[in-house]
Design a protein around this ligand. Structure first.
Ligand code: NI
Length: 252
C-alpha cells in the first residue's frame, strides 16, 4: 500500500521517523511521498527521500506560506530536477486563512504550475475553500500536460468529473471515514478507481476509529478498506489499482 501524502517532514513526526516507517512497513505501507509546504520542509522532504529508499519527495510552497518568496522559486526549479523528487507541491489555493492575498496566491500557484511543466513532473494540489478557482487556474495554464492529484479533495462530483478529463486524480484520506464527509463518498463511489489514490496527510486528518490521535502512514489500510466498501469491491483490487495509478502518475 502507498501513502501519497505524508508529512514526515514535520518536526513532531520527523523526530520519530524510524518508528513511523517501521510501523508503516508492518502495516504493509511500502511507499511514502513526503510533500513540502515551504522552503525548509521541502528541503527536509528531499533529505528524507535521499536517506530512505521507500520515501519520495514532493517539493513546493503551500499558498499560506509564500509571503515574500522570490529566490525560493529558483531553488524549487533546480531541486525539482532531482530523481527523488516525484512531484511539485503541495501548492494551490487556501482562502480559509488570510496570511496571503488572493493575488499573491495566484502568482505563486502559476509559478509552480509552470515549473512543473518545465521539469515534467505532476502537481500535488491543496485547495481549501477554493474549488472553482483551483480548477480554472489549472485549466487556463494547461496543467493537464503534467496532471497531478487533488490532495484531500473537497469539491463536488461534477467538478471531479471535469478533473478526470484533465488528467487529475484524487487523494483519498481520513475524511472518507468521517460521518460528515459531504460529497466525498459520492466522488469515491462514482469516479473510476483509476483516478483514486490513497493518502493520510499525517499528522493531520486521522481516520476513524483513531480520531483524536496523531495520524500516521500505518493507517492507510483503513482508507483502502473504506474505498473498497463504498465501491463494493475487494480491498485487493483497490490496492492493485492504486499501485498502478501511482506508478503512472509519479513513476514510482
Ligand atoms: Ni499536506
Amino acid at each position: 500500500m502507498i501513502d501519497t501524502h505524508c508529512h514526515l517532514n514535520i518536526d513532531r513526526i520527523y523526530e520519530k521517523i524510524e518508528l513511523v516507517l517501521k510501523e508503516a512497513k508492518e502495516a504493509n505501507v511500502n511507499k511514502i511521498i513526503v510533500p513540502g509546504f515551504d522552503l525548509e520542509s521541502s528541503k527536509l522532504a528531499l533529505e528524507i527521500a535521499k536517506k530512505y529508499d521507500n520515501c519520495y519527495a514532493a517539493i513546493g510552497f503551500h499558498p499560506t506560506e509564500i509571503k515574500g518568496y522570490d529566490e525560493e522559486y529558483a531553488w524549487l526549479e533546480m531541486a525539482a530536477k532531482e530523481d527523488c523528487v516525484v512531484a511539485i507541491g503541495e501548492c494551490g489555493f487556501d482562502f480559509h486563512w488570510d496570511t496571503t492575498t488572493k493575488e499573491e496566491q495566484i502568482e505563486a500557484f502559476i509559478k509552480q504550475i509552470e515549473i512543473a511543466k518545465r521539469v515534467k513532473k505532476p502537481l500535488i494540489i491543496h485547495a481549501r475553500e477554493a474549488n472553482q478557482i483551483t480548477f480554472d487556474t489549472l485549466k487556463k495554464h494547461d496543467a493537464s500536460v503534467v496532471g497531478g492529484v487533488l490532495h484531500a479533495y473537497a469539491g463536488s462530483l461534477e467538478l471531479a468529473k471535469e478533473y478526470t478529463k484533465m488528467n487529475f486524480c484524487f487523494g483519498i484520506g481520513g475524511v472518507i471515514t468521517f460521518k460528515n464527509a459531504s460529497s466525498l463518498p459520492s466522488v469515491v463511489k462514482e469516479i473510476d478507481l483509476k483516478y483514486l489514490i490513497t493518502e493520510t496527510d499525517s499528522p493531520y486528518i486521522t481516520p476513524v476509529p483513531f480520531r483524536g490521535k496523531e495520524n500516521a502512514p500505518k493507517y492507510i489500510p483503513y482508507i483502502v478498506e473504506k474505498i473498497a466498501s463504498i465501491k463494493e469491491i475487494d480491498q485487493e483490487e483497490v490496492i492493485k489499482q492504486v499501485q498502478q495509478n501511482v506508478l503512472k502518475l509519479f513513476k514510482i
